[in-house]
Ligand binder design. Structure first.
Ligand SMILES: *[C@@H]1O[C@H](CO)[C@@H](O)[C@H](O)[C@H]1NC(C)=O
Length: 318
């Protein structure tokens, strides 16, 4: 089970991420938006009736506040590191956490929801935000932004910002491979085709709403999209190679353990099963590649970001 999960995590899941060079002055992009799953979720699921939550100890124990926030890691997640990389003074907030909507919208917001995927039923099954719901919230966001910043500033934020779309891992790991029904209806290839179609649709919808620079996690051919939308700039954040190296030779990269996760026995604990009373949780998560059986440690997120930083920086400058 654990090795299957690690394998899925390796192959399908992790794809993204960033670094922590402190850049002084103005952020490099007007705003940052994140859509997708637990790799970028910074607490939206805290506001939903779902089991896909991470707002309890030991999640967040190494975060800035040393407390759980809903992030699926011991510390910062990919979206936080991206935010630091681009020089934002604070992390983009979880959209559902905003009780007031004012200037806190100006640097962008985060719509990520753990358990979400390109197959809408994945999110519905876990009662989390589907990608269409995330997009609907983004439409609401735009209306609020116009009220706060005025039409022309709002447009320059919308067109000039970077959009992270990190999704797809949950579709296989939490849905297809755990659903005998889906496996009966579709072969893995047919299921992939459905995901791909939904992925195209999502990018098209986002484009129609003004997004021009979109960073996506690894998923196949994008030529079709680029032909259709010449103004679209799309980057695929493929950390497969670097993560693979991390898992096969952890000690070369300052890690000690890549097979077992830090939380509990490190073999199957995730979400509610990774908790305060989990037995065996490691003391120093920085030595581990995985925090729980699905999600990377903060140290891994940072490593991946360091690896992607030059690509991301040159992407936003073009
Ligand atoms: C935790 O592990 C990291 C990586 O091996 C190391 O740099 C750090 O000093 C350790 N922290 C403690 C408190 O032992």
């Amino acid at each position: 089970m654990a090795s299957l999960i690690l394998f899925l995590t390796l192959v399908i899941h992790l794809e993204i991420v960033l670094v922590v060079d402190v850049i002084k002055g103005e952020p490099l992009v007007p705003a940052l938006f994140a859509f997708g799953d637990s790799i970028v979720d910074v607490g939206n699921n805290n506001y939903l009736a779902t089991v896909a939550k991470a707002n309890f100890f030991p999640y967040g124990r190494d975060f800035v506040s040393h407390s759980p926030t809903g992030r699926f890691s011991n510390g910062k997640v990919v979206s936080d590191y991206t935010s630091e990389l681009f020089g934002f003074p604070s992390y983009q907030p979880a959209y559902l956490s905003l009780t007031t909507k004012g200037n806190n919208l100006l640097n962008g917001v985060n719509f990520g929801s753990a358990g979400s995927g390109y197959y809408e039923f994945t999110a519905k099954k876990y009662q989390v935000l589907t990608l269409s719901q995330q997009l609907n919230y983004y439409k609401d966001y735009q209306k609020e932004l116009v009220k706060i910043a005025g039409q022309s500033t709002a447009l320059s934020i919308i067109y000039g910002s970077i959009y992270f779309v990190i999704s797809g891992s949950a579709d296989f790991a939490l849905n297809y491979y755990t659903s005998p029904v889906l496996q009966t209806i579709y072969t893995p290839y047919q299921f992939s085709d459905i995901l791909l179609q939904n992925y195209f649709n999502f990018i098209q919808d986002l484009y129609a709403l003004g997004a021009r620079k979109i960073a996506v996690s690894t998923l196949p051919p994008i030529e079709k999209l680029l032909q259709k939308f010449p103004k679209l700039r799309l980057i695929i954040l493929d950390t497969y190679q670097s993560l693979y190296k991390l898992i096969t030779k952890p000690s070369d990269y300052g890690f000690f353990e890549s097979r077992r996760a830090c939380c509990g026995t490190g073999l199957l604990e995730v979400a509610i099963f990774c908790n305060r009373i989990s037995v065996g949780t490691c003391t120093n998560a920085s030595e581990y590649v995985f925090w729980d059986s699905f999600h990377p440690t903060e140290a891994t997120n940072k490593y991946l970001i360091d690896y992607l930083a030059p690509t991301l920086i040159s992407f936003i400058q073009t």
